[in-house]
Write a new protein. Sequence first.
Length: 165
Amino acid sequence: MAKLTEKQKLFVDEYLIDLNATRAYKVAYPNIKNDHSARTLASRLLTKVDIKNYIDEQLEKISSEKIADAQEVMEYLTKVMRREMKESVVVTLTKEHSEYVDTGDGKPRKKTVKEEVPQIVEIPAKLSDANKAAELLGKRYSLFTDKVQAEIVVPKFEGEDELED
């Protein structure tokens, strides 16, 4: 594969953001101001084999890094079902502190100040989330298939016994 220039790599990276070749070309080649020219030149770039290969490589990287495979999903659902996953919840704590304040007449008075402080607490996954994860895992392994009792009547035709197989 021939080596791509930095501008061509920039073009592909910009193109993969929103698949707008004209915009990507204008970013990579800022001296091109005309949309028609940018569209034409971008289209020409996209037909080059090296550019196509680089796009395929980048898409492969993106899909392998950002998309969960079946194994990862199953492990996640199992952790949630077993309530091994933690979630962060913000709780409000009330802190009190007291101090004696001079009232001006020489008699100290006790003053209590209450202050609410938010704090993040880690708790296990909610029971409803665990139940949903168990349901999804059960569906995956066909644990919840409905068993239907059916009575099938096979019709018997006259002269059926006389026929050869």
